[in-house]
Design a protein around this ligand. Structure first.
Ligand code: PEP
Ligand code: MN
Length: 335
């Protein structure tokens, strides 16, 4: 951290500030420029409140030079995190496909889709039981009954379950029954939920918030990791921009940026990222080309009747062809 001092700072005030910082166990280096005087602070500044320095008369501005996240940071953990769930893997050079409907609607629906996507190479089943809908009048998901149906589909296909936890009240149910706990875009900064979910020590799929930066996503991952789990999957699912041609703007540059900054595996959701089923194929192929470890794709056996997100859901047939193409792109970029 660097403190830039005002030009007329008196030496006595500089010395006092320096002593205060050193008293926190940090090292201070005085830097004299031609027109500017700065104090460089070294050591663990993660608990130092940057804003508090701005209240000191002789401090003009404060600059952070190191990342505020530690556990998620590749600099402190150079090797890739590889997540293992019931014999399936996310990260470590594999291409993992997570597929299933936006929402669980019936036993017949989830079982039929689970069987189809498994036959096409998906190794995880997604499906919402608790849905974060913009309207309180829209279908809210089947709740715990939906979770029971996911368990049946998982038992019959061997696919581990990925499903969204909406609130604290279902932490115990998810700890018992869910293989990968999804934290949705709307809850990315629900810090108390992030802390609690981290304590379960289960893999967490953390979605980027609707209008959040990459650093904010990594700070949220830090909350989950600091709770106790080592397994967090970072999900790019599109962000809000001025563009209206797509539901969200899928930020594919986030993939290589996240891979550089963090050791955690990265998954892309081209379904919520675009909002249209015909855009799912090109953006999935592009996601693999830019280095995504996994994709999470909405697949529905009758998208025109889906209770949620039908327009962005692909059919099992389209998923089958897409999975083959994805494997070819993955092979082409693997060495
Ligand atoms: C979902 O995966 O069904 C979902 C609601 O996603 P997001 O949180 O990215 O909107
Ligand atoms: Mn959805």
């Amino acid at each position: 951290m660097i403190l830039v001092l005002v030009p007329d700072a008196e030496q006595a005030a500089i010395d006092r500030l320096r002593q205060n910082i050193e008293a926190k166990g940090l090292l201070v280096q005085h830097i004299h420029g031609e027109n500017t005087t700065m104090l460089g602070i070294a050591g663990d500044t993660s608990e130092v409140d940057q804003e508090s320095f701005l209240r000191i008369d002789i401090v003009d501005s404060v600059m952070r030079v190191s990342d505020p996240y530690k556990l998620a940071n590749r600099k402190l953990h150079p090797q890739d995190t590889v997540i293992h769930v019931k014999g399936h893997t996310i990260g470590g050079g594999n291409l993992t496909l997570v597929a299933g409907p936006c929402s669980v609607e019936s036993e017949e629906q989830i079982l039929s889709i689970a069987r189809d996507v498994a036959a096409s190479g998906a190794t995880f089943l997604r499906g919402g039981a608790f849905k974060p809908r913009s309207s309180p009048y829209a279908f809210q998901g089947m709740g715990l009954d939906g979770l029971e149906l996911l368990k049946i589909a998982s038992r019959k296909t061997g696919l581990p379950i990925v499903t969204e936890l909406l609130s604290h009240e279902h932490l115990d149910d998810f700890a018992r029954d869910v293989d990968v706990i999804q934290i949705g875009a709307r809850n990315m900064q629900n810090f108390s939920l992030l802390r609690e979910v981290g304590k379960l020590k289960k893999p967490v799929l953390l979605k980027r918030g609707l209008a959040n930066t990459i650093e904010e996503l990594l700070m949220s991952a830090e909350y989950v990791l600091s709770g106790g789990t080592a397994d967090v999957i970072l999900c790019e699912r599109g962000i809000r921009t001025f563009e209206t041609a797509t539901r969200n703007t899928l930020d594919l540059s986030a993939v290589p940026v996240l891979k550089k900054k963090s050791h955690l595996p990265v998954i892309v959701d081209p379904s919520h990222g675009t909002g249209y089923w015909h855009l799912v194929e090109p953006l999935s192929l592009a996601s693999v080309a830019v280095g995504a470890d996994a994709l999470i794709i909405e697949v529905h056996n009758a998208p025109q009747y889906a209770l949620c997100d039908g327009p962005q859901s692909i059919t099992p047939e389209v998923f089958h062809t897409l999975a083959q193409k994805l494997r070819r792109v993955h092979e082409a970029i693997s060495n």
